[in-house]
Structure formats: C-alpha cells, structure tokens
Write a protein that binds this ligand. Sequence first.
Ligand SMILES: Cc1ncc(COP(=O)(O)O)c(C=O)c1O
Length: 282
Amino acid sequence: MVYLNGRWMPIEEASIPVLDRGFIFGDGVYEVVPVYGRKPFRLEGHLARLEASLKAIAIANPHTREEWRALVAEIIARQPFDNQGVYFQVTRGVARRDHAFPRNAKPTVFMMSNPLATPSAETYAKGVACVTAVDNRWLRCDIKSTSLLGNVLMRQFAAEHDALETVMFRDGMLTEASASNVLVVKDGVILSPPQGNLMLPGITLDAAIDLARAAGLPLTMRPISEAEVRGADELWLSSSTKEVLPITRLDGVPVGHGETAGRPGPMFARIRAAFDAAKAAL
Ligand SMILES: Cc1ncc(COP(=O)(O)O)c(C=O)c1O
C-alpha cells in the first residue's frame, strides 16, 4: 500500500493531476529511509533533512515531526517484508502553470515502501567500479530536490560505462557521486569534503562519520582535490541503499596501492563491521 494525500491505496490506484508542480517543474523534495527488520535507520536525521529541504524551497511542512514518524511507522507496518526503503516526497501541489509559487496550492504528499535493495555480499567483497566527471549541477546540491536531471545524467553516464556511480569534481575538488557521498582514505585517515551547498548532507555519511569516530578511526572533513581522490588508498561510497560500499576501480584504474590495489581495504573492513553492528543494534 502507498500513501497519497491522507489516503492509503494500492499503487495502481494512486494518481496525481498532471498540473502537479512536481510533474511540471520538479518542484518538490524527497527522502529515502532504509529500514532493517522493520526498524528505520537514522529516521530523525532524515526527518530533519526533509524539514531543511522544505524550508529551503519555502514549502510549508504539511506534517509535524510526530506525524511524519507515525506515517513512516504505518507504511512500514503495512508492507509484508522486513527490510524496506521508505520513499516519500512533498511537492508544492497542483496549480495553473506559472513558475512563481501559487498562492493557495496544497502540498502533495506521496509515500511508498519497497524491499530494500542493498548490494549483494559479493559486491561488498569485490567493490564497485566508478567513473568521474565534472560536476555540472546547480549550486544547491544540499537540497534533496526531486529535480534530479543533473544526477540522472551522471548516473546514466556511469551505467553506460559499466560503472555504478559517477564521482564528481567541481573546480578540481571532490563533491559527491551521482546518488551517493564519497569518502577517501589516505595514510590511515578518513577524509570527507566539508558540508555545504555543493553536496547533499548524507544521512549514511553522518552515520559513517559517527561510527568511525566511535571506533577511534581518524577522520578529517576538508576539501579534497581530484589528485588526492586518484591517489587514495581507499574510496568509499555512502548512501541509504548502498550503506558504505568500496570503490575498487575509478575510470578503469584499480583504487589503492600494493596488496589491496583494486580490492576493498583494511579501513573498509572496520567501517563495515561498525555499520553491521549499528544495524544489528537497532
Ligand atoms: C546526490 C546524493 N548524494 C548523497 C546521497 C546519500 O544520502 P543518504 O546517505 O542520506 O542516502 C544521495 C542519496 O540518494 C544522493 O542522491
């Protein structure tokens, strides 16, 4: 069952008017929350980011934090499977087509939940291939907007090159990947670009940072150059559906040095263990 504007229904019955601004302009924001054993992972972080995204584009939040929690709990309960990816989006609503905000539109709220499609054990063991590109998206990548054309083109570029993701650089500095954040390991230190308007404040990234700190792994948030990415000991992707996933080939070149070149590294093994423990403790 999916949720649309206050009602539960089979997805086949869910429909929205063609003048919904989400359809016409991509004028909306969204969230994806991973759920393990029917327990949402880092729900408060996702709800806080939703509130921030709505505020950034001046859509009045249609629900309180308490109501969102209840809706998420209900959609989880309504699915027959335990591990889920709960997707929800809010658009500015239905109005005559004009770029400027309509006066009286009511936000459209849609939620669905699908089986959580995390990568296979083999994928975690081997790592994944990524390609690179110049980040040509807009300058508000911190908003989790449904206007995803830039990301769609980047992800398609990866798919056409037998890669999972496109890692992006803006002015020679790492931003993020098409649908994930990127972490770098060099000389035993985990590096992450500073939060700001050039990348999404990933909830999985937050979790990885907290887990690394708790495990005593050194971590620094600072600008990271393209050369540092290409010379990294390890590269990781993070996202709600990928968790933390090692990149083992970048533009066809094995990531890392020596024995672990082209293979997941020792720091990955530690963050992965911490991540698994955090999921088990939910
Ligand atoms: C562009 C982009 N960056 C980062 C992320 C990771 O965010 P999160 O860990 O909250 O899923 C996503 C997730 O879909 C994304 O689309």
